[in-house]
Design a binder for this molecule. Sequence first.
Ligand SMILES: Nc1ncnc2c1ncn2[C@@H]1O[C@H](COP(=O)(O)OP(=O)(O)OP(=O)(O)O)[C@@H](O)[C@H]1O
Ligand SMILES: C=C(C)CCOP(=O)(O)O
Length: 252
Amino acid sequence: MTPTVLKLGGSVITEKDRAETLDGAALDAAADAVADAMENGDLDELVLVHGGGSFGHHHASEAGVSTTEGSADAVDAVAIHGAMKTLNQFVLSRLHDRGVPALPVHPLSAGARDADGALDLPMSQAATMLGEGFVPVLHGDVIATEGEGVTVLSGDEIVTTAAESLSAERVGLCSTVPGVLDAEDEVIPEITAFADAAHALGGSDADEDVTGGMAAKVRELLDLGAPASVFGADDIGAFLVGENPGTTIRGR
Ligand SMILES: Nc1ncnc2c1ncn2[C@@H]1O[C@H](COP(=O)(O)OP(=O)(O)OP(=O)(O)O)[C@@H](O)[C@H]1O
Ligand SMILES: C=C(C)CCOP(=O)(O)O
């Protein structure tokens, strides 16, 4: 099994500045690229992950929940989780329209964090789905966290966990930028240490983003065993056929 893990950034598939607003055209284009790559036999196995955009981040920010600040309020937790399931349903239906056999995996019901923040997110369901020819579609979510109630689990952390558990060969993060940018807004071709990009790295442009934007992504990806690509929406197709668009992050 040599799966590819691709994250569709929430800021790509939603209008991040307007609560619970889909960017339908961007999601269609992403679903087209996935369907084309699968139809052409360019992909062995694919795991998709999507972020929160204006669905998860809006509710998480309103409830004051982040990756470290939890909430014991079940109504708040369900508001965040419910918004993410709504977005997940949009993603699934656009994939189904194009014949992609996508199945949802909701992290809230699958995993947990311990008191040190370590994530336990089993991937046996995704592995079996892959073996049966499905495309598992996971998403950023809230997750039960020892001592905190629930905290936010970012799609980026799911990407690294899935990639390690499933021994992914290729990992890609599609965002609104064509790669990790330097101080002159040029794409940095390769990052092997946080210091390579630290001077230019910031959070997200969206005020409500609770998971830390590009700086958090680079940190996550440097911890990964496999090289990962960060690229823009126009490069999803190129990534899926085996190219390395945007920035390649090689941590170890
Ligand atoms: N040096 C940098 N290079 C590129 N992007 C940067 C940089 N510093 C900060 N950013 C910001 O990081 C953002 C990408 O992070 P963000 O978390 O918003 O993306 P996403 O994964 O697509 O969305 P979501 O978190 O909703 O899934 C870019 O839109 C940009 O505003
Ligand atoms: C805000 C929530 C619930 C998910 C965040 O996932 P991300 O957009 O991948 O950081």
